[in-house]
Design a protein around this ligand. Structure first.
Ligand SMILES: Cc1cc2nc3c(=O)[nH]c(=O)nc-3n(C[C@H](O)[C@H](O)[C@H](O)COP(=O)(O)O)c2cc1C
Length: 175
């Protein structure tokens, strides 16, 4: 049983969140992921982006990928407005970029960053293992995340060592 609390300002009962019966983070933290930075640009020229591991390819023909963005992220509304994103897949030496793009409230994510605006209109980070530059074709909301599907308008990949994330740490492959 959960006690209802009274909010002194609203005088409305606040329902405390029930404890989660199932927490998929228990498994997901042991699931090694590639680290990407999903970037975008508004027509006004404002650039934005964030570190994303929830990225996967969906279809080869047509070439479609998806990213899942937390509803609390400032990027959610920006991607919706921009109607485009670029997934930059980071290589092992780019951990500082992943760290910078995951800091809440960090306004200077693109300062001193080597990037150019790609064919799809989003920032492409130079020196990455690869990128998939997309126009957004579909947006779905599920639970506490929004899923953006994007059809690729340009792609590039190179043989490089990836940056991975496992058990809340950045890791590199050993050769
Ligand atoms: C390794 C790593 C992976 C992340 N993956 C995601 C993700 O897939 N989706 C997401 O919405 N946030 C993800 N985040 C969190 C965002 O990067 C972070 O919330 C965001 O940059 C904060 O900026 P904001 O407050 O401006 O949204 C990840 C963070 C880290 C460190």
């Amino acid at each position: 049983m959960h006690q209802k609390l009274l909010c002194p300002i609203l005088s409305n009962p606040i329902e405390p969140k029930p404890p989660q019966a199932v927490d998929i983070r228990t498994v997901m933290r042991h699931f090694a992921s590639h680290v990407t930075v999903a970037t975008g640009a508004l027509d006004s020229g404002e650039l934005f982006g964030l570190t994303v591991t929830a990225f996967t390819s969906v279809s080869l023909e047509p070439p479609v990928v998806l990213i899942c963005i937390r509803d609390e992220s400032t990027a959610k509304d920006l991607f919706t407005q921009a109607k485009r994103f670029c997934v930059n897949v980071l290589q092992e030496s780019q951990q500082p970029i992943a760290e910078r793009f995951s800091l809440t409230g960090e306004a200077k994510r693109f300062e001193n960053l080597d990037y150019y605006i790609g064919k799809g209109g989003s920032p492409v980070i130079q020196g990455s293992l690869g990128f998939i530059d997309c126009k957004i074709t579909r947006v779905l909301h599920e639970g506490d995340h929004t899923i953006f599907f994007g059809e690729a308008v340009d792609v590039h990949g190179e043989e490089m060592q990836p940056l991975l994330y496992l058990n809340r740490k950045y890791v590199k492959l050993e050769n």
